[in-house]
Design a protein around this ligand. Structure first.
Ligand code: DC
Length: 232
């Protein structure tokens, strides 16, 4: 674990937010990062970029014997500037492409591979080195930042999560039936929490936040208050 710096008398914390798809982690994590002036790390976005790379190259990750060579050829970057996340694949800005439904449906097999996970985790460690950060995903508190200063496990009912995910897709001009969104989420939840490597779990030392009936501002404030109590 890096040595935390102190800025204006406040500690630079590592905050992790884990939880299933559609739990509102991304928007919440971004807002918390903005409020604390921390770096926002979206680990799912990195898995999405790698999935996009394999889809573009028509490479079947489960069938290739040369996975490491492909992984070594991928240069990934993530920037969070002016409250805007952008992700880059070999110099291309792929921020919008990584949210396409075909990426979501292929991602579980990519994220299940330990070599892919190693690559993503190295990038996260590099990006988190200097300042306070809010890292969100499935294994941020359990595997990637086990000594984080504050760990949140965020969830909401499947109904509520699929409603939110459908709204998000709608806003991007991707119109899908809620039933389909719900089935996809259920499938992804199952794969994420039962896979062999780094499955989605609720770390014992995390704070559980069920936001099914909480407003967005309430959940953001809840996390900021906890961070402040821990010196942020
Ligand atoms: O948060 P998201 O929906 O963008 O994540 C997409 C997928 O990436 C998710 O289904 C599982 C995988 N993922 C993971 O395995 N580990 C993480 N830390 C983050 C995401």
């Amino acid at each position: 674990m890096r040595n935390k710096t102190v800025k204006d008398g406040r500690k630079e914390l590592t905050i992790t937010i884990d939880g299933p798809a559609g739990s509102g982690k991304s928007t919440t994590a971004q807002k918390v990062a903005q409020a604390l002036d921390y770096q926002y790390l979206d680990s799912g976005a990195l898995y999405r970029v790698i999935t996009l790379y394999f889809l573009r190259g028509n490479i079947d990750i489960e069938a290739t014997s040369d996975l490491q060579r492909f992984l070594d050829a991928i240069s990934l970057d993530m920037r969070y500037e002016k409250n805007q996340l952008s992700v880059w694949l070999n110099g291309d800005n792929v921020t919008d492409q990584i949210r396409a439904p075909r990426v979501s449906s292929e991602i579980s097999s990519v994220a299940a591979d330990n070599r892919v996970r190693k690559k993503v985790n190295e990038i996260l460690h590099r990006l988190a080195r200097k300042n306070g950060c809010v890292a969100e995903g499935r294994d941020m508190g359990s595997v990637v930042f086990p000594n984080a200063d504050l760990k949140i496990y965020m969830s909401a009912s499947l109904e509520e999560r699929s409603r939110r995910r459908q709204k998000q897709l709608d806003e991007k001009g991707i119109h899908t039936k809620q039933k389909k969104v719900k089935t996809e989420l259920e499938k992804r939840d199952l794969k994420d929490s039962t896979r062999e490597h780094d499955p989605l779990i609720r770390p014992e030392d995390s704070v559980y936040l069920d936001n099914s009936s909480m407003s967005f501002d309430e959940q953001v404030q809840f996390i900021i208050d906890l961070a402040r109590q821990r010196g942020a």
